[in-house]
Design a protein around this ligand. Structure first.
Ligand code: F6R
Length: 608
């Protein structure tokens, strides 16, 4: 959940590291710090709060001199977000500085051992044990010291290490967390995420678990767990820095909402050739498919909500039963999985710890796996048997928007492709569905255009303290995501409910204080939704209807209306989310919330 970055080269390191931290700040933003080797010793500055605070404290990096350094932006796990707990942590005599992303599970034991040997701890973090272990094991050989230290650690740890006796040299270690290396000319980098590197280099190496790397300005050398040098493939990043900047929008979230027509097009277009769905990166053999008799989808948060939508769509088209499981539950559920299960793993970042653990658990029981992932080269993408990349581009706002809608687009492609392979739809229906998918980018744009009034609705409704999002069938699945969007960025309590279930208890909460967002885009269930709307109105609630474009019936029922363009019924959740994302955004803006970095959250949840 933290972001780390390292640089060694010929330029002043601190400004480069601060720039990297700004781009990684979405990964954690409660405190930050930087350490630079000034040629003789390690200088370090830390600050509670955002990277802007650290930049102010260091005159934008100018106060720190040196051409090699490491930096960190934190999302606290052990110890409050204070200056003292911020990284980098120094060893007892300042010989080593270390930054860490992850959780060291055996830190209490190590801390007791080190304290027993006289080491003095200054912070409450798990990371400080690493700094002291480095000094304890130091025998003049930097690499051996890092390896001996890493061998003592249990849990998840991505480390960046600086040694005062090794100017210009950096080590980094990866175990269960994202880390990549950036290759420059006369300079080299490591970072948690490619966004911190693309303004410097597009040539990167994705590290695997158990590997460590040594960086000097001239060279990067990667080693396996035993210290043996290994050869890694250099990958080329295809997008550039503009993709990771705000481009004139007030927030990344609004920019990413507006980017969705293009993002969905990038998911869909390369996969439809001459009217056929073709996956260049997913082409299972007929035998492999014939062996599958069960589909399980696993994910967390919004990605899980995409899975819930997909269950409705896949079951409707393929007539195969689909189970959707929260990864944090699946991993501990002793799941009934075997070699006949196709596990679909959905993740924007490809680094979510619970999702990775659930995937490992199921694959160990024989499941074949298909990952639907945005970040190229991420852990989930590399673990999976097959991958469909969503190609959404970098998503910086903590609340996902284009990450989610492109997951839906990829899942729709899979559903239609699979229905055809199973022979469950005829060619006329197949063609109709392919056209339905092809139309999605245009529908997303239309959904943006149709709802310009949403900001005025937000002015009207932003004072409500509690909302319900209700719907039936696919609208219920969409309600889950609409509700999460609102609560995570506006801090307003909101719940998604299956409209027909309200009367079994929860309707007791409905009164004049409640705003109910009623999703009515499944035509076949419209009348049922009208009954539910009337039930809540009879108890004093206000209703915001979400309805298909041109459906005038909703005006008789709702206080205000958001519109969704008409298209294939099964794919309605995708355009339907656009007004809900905009609604959440403008409500949070009205309420003055930190939209791109909501409190207590971080973009990539790489801890359990
Ligand atoms: C909500 C949100 C989270 C993520 C979840 C899974 O806006 O972004 O709920 O969807 O943490 O993340 P990924 O998709 O990276 O596995």
């Amino acid at each position: 959940m933290c972001g780390i970055v390292g640089y060694t080269g010929t330029l002043q390191a601190a400004p480069i590291l601060l720039d990297g931290l700004r781009r990684l700040e979405y990964r954690g933003y409660d405190s930050a710090g930087v350490a630079v080797h000034d040629g003789e010793r390690i200088e370090r500055v830390k600050a509670g709060g955002t990277v802007a605070g650290l930049a102010e404290k260091t005159a934008n990096g100018a106060a720190l001199h040196g051409v090699c350094g490491i930096a960190h932006t934190r999302w606290a796990t052990h110890g409050a977000p204070t200056d003292t707990n911020a990284h980098p942590h120094l060893s007892e005599h300042g010989l080593f500085a270390v930054v860490h992303n992850g959780i060291i599970e055996n830190y209490a034991l190590l801390r007791a051992e080190l304290q027993g040997e006289g080491y003095v701890f200054r912070s409450e973090t798990d990371t400080e044990v690493v700094a002291h272990l480095l000094e304890k094991y130091y025998d003049g050989d930097f690499k051996r010291t890092v390896m001996r230290t890493a061998a003592r650690l249990e849990g998840s740890y991505v480390l960046g290490v600086l040694c005062s006796e090794a100017p210009g040299r950096l080590f980094c270690v990866k175990e269960a967390g994202p880390l990549l290396l950036g290759l420059g000319v006369g300079e080299n980098y490591f970072a948690s995420d490619v966004t911190a590197l693309v303004s410097h280099t597009k040539n990167v190496i994705y590290m695997d678990d158990g590997e460590l790397a040594e960086l000097t300005p001239e060279k990067i050398t990667v080693f396996d767990r035993t210290g043996r040098e290994i050869t890694k493939t250099v990958s080329h990043v295809v997008w550039d820095i503009e993709a990771a900047e705000k481009g004139g929008y007030e927030h990344f979230m609004l920019k990413e909402i507006m980017e969705q027509p293009r993002a969905v097009k990038s998911t869909v277009d390369p996969r439809i050739r001459d009217g056929e769905i073709v996956f260049e990166d997913f082409d299972p053999s007929s035998e492999e498919l014939a062996g599958i008799n069960r589909l399980v989808i696993t994910a967390c948060g919004s990605a899980y909500h995409a899975g819930v939508v997909a269950k409705y769509v896949i079951e409707a088209l393929c007539r195969v039963s689909v189970e959707v499981q929260l990864a944090s539950e699946l991993r501990y559920s002793d799941p009934i999985i075997d070699g006949h299960t196709l596990l679909i793993v959905v993740s924007q970042s490809g680094e979510t710890a619970d999702t990775i653990a659930a995937m490992r658990e199921c694959m160990a029981r024989g499941a074949r796996s298909l990952a639907i992932v945005n970040v190229v080269g991420s852990t989930i993408a590399r673990l999976a048997d097959h991958v469909i990349y969503t190609h959404a581009g970098p998503e910086i706002a903590v609340a996902t928007t284009k990450g989610y809608t492109t997951q839906l687009a990829a899942l729709y492609l899979f559903a239609v492709w699979y229905a055809k392979r199973l022979g469950r739809i005829d060619s006329a229906r197949y063609n109709e569905l392919v056209e339905g998918i092809r139309a999605l980018p245009g529908m997303v744009q239309r959904a943006i255009d149709l709802n310009v009034h949403v900001r005025y609705l937000a002015e009207r409704w932003h004072g409500h303290k509690s909302l319900f999002f209700i719907g039936r069938n696919i609208d219920y699945a969409a309600a889950m995501e609409g509700s999460l969007k609102l609560k995570e960025i506006s801090y307003i309590h909101s719940e998604a409910y299956a409209a027909g279930e309200l009367k079994h208890g929860t309707i007791a909460l409905i009164d004049e204080q409640r705003l109910v967002v009623a999703l009515c885009c499944q035509e076949q269930l419209f009348e049922k939704m009208v009954s539910n709307i009337q039930e809540v109105k009879a108890r004093g609630a206000k209703v915001l209807g979400v309805s298909l474009e041109g459906d005038r019936r909703i005006f008789a029922e709702a206080d205000d209306v958001l519109f969704v363009p008409r298209g294939e019924r099964l794919f309605a959740a995708l355009p339907e989310l656009i007004p809900l994302q905009l609604f959440a955004y403008y409500i949070a803006r009205e309420n003055g919330c930190a939209i791109d970095k909501p409190r207590n959250l971080a973009k990539s949840v790489t801890v359990e």
